[in-house]
Design a protein around this ligand. Structure first.
Ligand code: C2O
Ligand code: CU
Length: 473
């Protein structure tokens, strides 16, 4: 039981109460014979996977419904929230790279909504931008999303209308796009890291955009959630020597997750855009909101392997300290495996290095407007109507992201991948810390009209939301 309270005033009173496992531990797919047909690995983590209604092996056709749901986050209190298909996080959209996806979406909530497929390089018509897609009407609106999956990796889906409210209330789901050439693991786990702000006086989800810290820093919760349960609500078991793939997703409104692993070792094998050419070992990972990392976890000994997230808290003396809170636990016990699995990644095809065609600058700042109050801006504009920039399909653009404010801004670009200078892999979200400048190199290969915004949802709501256009060639 924790004795700390998370900064932002309120006590993390619920931590440590909900340790019931959500799902039975799932083994990986069958890898015994050479002629065995490929089947997607079972995923441990979120409660449900979207069921494919279409017998065509090239098409995954599913039903997704946003609805009003009474949810128990594992602390014994049932609260009115929102969900996809009755579960939080929503069911995993699981498919294989190259497959076509058809989502029959229904909105049974009281607000208009859209579904955005965060990270997928699909058509802008299907991307859930309310500037392109008429939002799906409250109560009984429907829309059919159709797209092809161009890239393997870990992605997620969420609304893009009143995003700060709808996400916090439970509209969040993950997407796992498999590549059948990927190695088989002893288990694959999806670990959705989130937090939620509970008003202690009502025991309900707190009201939105009503406090100064929430306007300035974005909304930090007072309860950490893992796969929709009070952390470390989801847990599993494994044997010494087993090797697993964990897909980490940060779906919080504003909280950067700073994670480390104890008991086992971790190696980063994929970033936002899928697998890395050269996986690397680390013992601490920063996940800004929106970001994903896949890690390979080795359970070395018969001890609990724990993923921990560092949060700022007040200790008994009232001092601010950094505390490592356990957010996901795997109990490692039993006989060590006779021969640990050998994880072999196929070589990635060589790609030509990109030559930068042009450079642009984006400046992030906040101002206190006497009429509109606090406004968050990109290049001096809050919610600009006109696109910030127009580029051509196939262009490679260096974007200099300059944060003139003291608060951090995790920048997200829809529909494209980018390099972050000095780091391996490709991304769709990048942290720009207070006062910092970060250079990214965007591969603008997907034509369309694309949102570019801060993923701290309160900042986006208060103006830090723009668009760029990539003109088809
Ligand atoms: Cu995950 Cu525009 O968002
Ligand atoms: Cu921001």
């Amino acid at each position: 039981m924790t004795r700390w309270s998370v900064i932002c005033g309120l006590v993390l009173a619920l931590a440590g109460c909900g340790e019931a496992p959500l799902v039975a531990d799932a083994g990986a797919g069958d890898d015994a014979g050479e002629e065995v047909a490929w089947s997607a690995p079972m995923l441990a983590g979120p409660e449900a996977v979207l069921e494919d209604m279409n017998p065509d092996p090239d098409v995954v056709e599913v039903h997704l419904r946003a609805e009003l749901t009474d949810l128990d986050l594992g602390d014994g209190t049932v609260r009115p929230m929102l969900s996809y298909n009755g579960v939080y996080p929503g069911p995993v959209l699981q498919a294989e790279v190259g497959q076509e996806i058809v989502v029959h979406f229904e909105n049974h909530t009281l607000q208009d909504t859209t579904v955005h497929w965060h990270g997928l390089r699909i058509s802008d018509q299907m991307d859930g931008s309310p500037r392109i897609q008429e939002p799906v009407a409250a109560l009984d609106g429907t829309f059919t999303y159709r797209f092809m999956l161009p890239d393997a990796g870990t992605y997620w889906y969420h609304p893009h209308v009143r995003t700060n409210e709808q996400l916090e209330l439970g509209l969040v789901g993950t997407i796992v796009v498999h590549d059948r050439n990927d190695p088989v693991f002893d288990a694959e786990r999806v670990v959705v890291l989130d937090d939620i702000l509970i008003d202690p006086s009502t025991d309900r989800v707190a009201g939105f955009l009503s406090t100064h810290p929430e306007l300035v820093h974005g909304r930090s919760g007072n309860v950490l959630l893992t796969n929709g349960h009070v952390s470390p609500g989801t847990s599993g078991t494994a044997r010494p020597g087993q090797v697993e793939r964990w897909r980490l997703v940060n779906t919080a409104n504003a909280r950067t997750m700073s994670v480390s692993l104890t008991g086992g070792t971790m190696r980063v094998v994929a970033t936002d855009a899928g697998r890395l050419a050269e996986p690397f070992e680390t013992n601490r990972l920063e996940l800004p909101v929106g970001q994903r990392y896949d890690i390979e976890v080795r359970h070395e000994r018969a001890v609990t392997t724990a993923l921990q997230s560092r949060v700022l808290a007040l200790d008994d003396a009232g001092d601010v300290v950094e505390v490592a809170m356990p957010v996901y636990l795997v109990e490692v016990a039993g006989e060590p495996v006779a021969e640990p699995r050998e994880i072999v990644w196929t070589e990635l095809p060589a790609v030509d290095p990109r030559i930068v065609d042009q450079e642009v600058t984006m400046e992030f700042e906040g101002i206190n407007d006497p009429v509109d109050g606090l406004q968050w801006m990109i290049n001096g504009q809050a919610h600009p109507e006109e696109p910030l920039f127009t580029f051509g399909e196939g262009e490679t653009v260096r974007m200099v992201l300059r944060n003139l404010a003291g608060q951090e801004h995790p920048f997200h670009l829809h529909g494209q991948f980018f390099e972050i200078e000095g780091r391996p892999g490709l991304y769709d979200t990048v942290m720009v810390s207070g006062g910092a400048t970060v250079n990214i190199v965007a591969h603008l290969d997907n034509p369309g009209q694309w949102m570019a915004h801060c993923h701290i949802l309160e900042h986006a709501e208060l103006g830090m939301m723009s668009e760029i256009v990539v003109e088809p060639r």
